[in-house]
Design a protein around this ligand. Structure first.
Ligand code: P5A
Length: 439
């Protein structure tokens, strides 16, 4: 993409009113704009990151479940059936349609998915199942803040599992645990599973996935031993129930809690030299709540001997839009964002130091075309701007690689390739630069 043809409104000054680095950087680098309190429009750069995160989530969820798409608007009746319409409170955006029917903008989908499943599934042979979707949610948060990290409208991946009994439901829970650990690792971050409260979703087994960052909303307490646990278990099959349970025990057996569940008596048992405290951002949350919704909504299937069974369920959320902010919190420096390559909006930024020098422009065009042919996503700053301004913009946007082209280097037949994260610079011939960045 050529910057001269992009909608990429970069702010010169750090925006006022943003409290945390990610919110500031997302506004300054032109990823988002607020349209009302807690509601944001995603501009091209932000949208590309959001879609990359979404795609990683999708690929990992496809290994354990099937994708569906439920609507954002739901009938209130479903929530009355499950018995939580009144209990949910003012966080729910309630709407009346033109016929006066009560509707709502979904804050989550347990009720709807239970009804969908109930209407079509009749036999134990059709279980277990795992369904997920990636859809916008609305929660009228009392204090929307930190940009997309606590928004009112936000993109969530929510999965729902249906099993014949508690033992089966636990395996579904362990599968999602592993899928989550792999998902976050692919995005270049490490999220620690922490024991959680289940809140308005309900149930007795629940874990949050927390990315450590000083600006996080929750205080966290954990045993440093978790850093040594191999959480992603390469090669572990989702069909190996025993190994999944072993992973669950190891990953959740180490003390790791937020301020909501922290208990001094267990904390005191962690050796002092291993006690770690800090702050964290919740990027995912998983729940096992048994027959809470299936029983209330009349979901049952016939068992092998003809008796009726009430399926055990769980739900599993990932804050897709929150992750954009969380990744920035975990990966930025004084000059701007430092995107992990897997979620970067473009892999390479191309900068001409002198847009009025024909050789510089020719070299840049050649690199841009070659990268395009190799399928490498590049953002080419072809504007007639001062070189320094362009370099500052590139650092701010945080693309993993920069190719800087100017008359001085070209005289010696080289361009500069810079790694945004390490700051390392290499002088390479045009061909070598193309080869390196296409690898
Ligand atoms: C699990 C899936 C649920 O809603 N029902 C379906 C369960 N869980 S949750 O913890 O309430 O939300 C799941 C994840 O969504 C993100 N999230 C938010 N992101 C941005 N702004 C918000 N206001 C917001 N609220 C929740 C979090 O990442 C959370 O873990």
């Amino acid at each position: 993409m050529r910057l001269s043809q992009s909608f990429l409104p970069v702010l010169k000054e750090s925006p006022a009113g943003a409290e945390v680095a990610s919110h500031k950087l997302m506004l300054q680098a032109g990823l988002i704009r607020q349209t009302s309190s807690g509601i944001y429009a995603w501009l091209p750069l932000g949208n590309r990151v959001l879609r990359k995160i979404e795609q990683i989530v999708r690929e990992e969820q496809d290994r354990v479940g099937q994708e569906i798409l439920m609507p954002t608007i739901q009938p209130a009746d479903l929530w009355k059936e499950s018995g939580r319409y009144d209990a949910y409170g003012p966080e729910m955006l309630r709407i009346n349609d033109r016929h006066g029917r009560e509707m709502l903008y979904g804050p989550t989908n347990e009720d709807m998915v239970t009804a969908l499943f109930r209407d079509d599934v009749k036999s134990y042979r059709e279980l277990p199942r795992m369904l997920y979707h990636i859809q916008w949610k609305f929660r009228d948060e009392v204090r929307p803040r930190f940009g997309v990290m606590r928004g009112r409208e936000f993109l969530m991946k929510d999965a729902y599992s249906f099993d014949l009994d508690e033992a089966g439901a636990k395996i579904s829970y362990y599968r999602q645990l592993l899928a989550y650990l792999r998902t976050f690792r692919r995005m270049g971050i490490r999220a620690v599973p922490m024991q959680a409260d289940s809140g308005p979703i309900g149930g007795k087994l629940s874990h949050e996935f927390v990315v450590l960052a000083p600006s996080g909303e929750s205080e966290v307490f954990y045993d440093g031993k978790i850093e040594e646990v191999d959480l992603e278990r390469e090669g572990l099959s989702y069909d190996d129930a025993e190994a999944l349970e072993a992973l669950f025990r190891e990953a959740t057996g180490v003390y790791a809690r937020t301020d909501e569940t922290h208990e001094e008596r267990y904390w005191d048992a962690v050796p002092a030299e291993r006690q770690r405290t800090g702050r964290g951002i919740e990027v995912g949350h998983i729940f096992y709540f048994g027959i809470r919704y299936s029983e209330a909504m009349g979901l049952k299937v016939s068992g092998p001997d003809g008796t009726m069974l009430v399926p055990h369920m769980g739900s599993y959320g990932i804050g897709v839009s929150r992750l954009v902010g969380a990744i920035i919190e975990a990966s930025h420096d004084d000059n701007g964002i430092v995107w992990p390559e897997a979620v970067a909006p473009y892999k390479v930024g191309i900068v001409t130091m002198r847009a009025d020098d024909a050789d510089t422009v020719a070299a840049a065009e050649r690199i841009y075309a070659a990268l395009g042919e190799a399928g490498v996503e590049a953002l080419y700053d072809d504007r007639d701007e001062r070189g320094g301004v362009k370099l500052g913009g590139m650092d701010l946007m945080g693309l993993p690689w920069q190719v800087v082209i100017g008359p001085r280097g070209l005289k010696d037949g080289v361009v500069e390739v810079k790694n945004r994260k390490s700051g390392e610079r290499e002088q390479l011939t045009i061909e070598d630069a193309i080869a390196k960045l296409s690898a």
